[in-house]
Design a protein. Sequence first.
Length: 74
Amino acid sequence: METQLDGLLAAYKAAVDEWREAIRVEEDFATPDHSMKEWEVWDQAGFKEEDAREKAKAARQAYVDGLRGKLYNF
């Protein structure tokens, strides 16, 4: 059980790191260049950030479920 929880925690931390990087990338596109092309690239970065956020939330939930299973035996 401990090994499984360690894996779930590592997956969560990796997903959060990926999410942070996606936020940084999106933030980098928020520039004073007000062109349509830059806006579209920024928008795409926003979609990637949303996907990374959802992945991090799912990994967190898997870890929480694992903890509940360990602590409450279900």
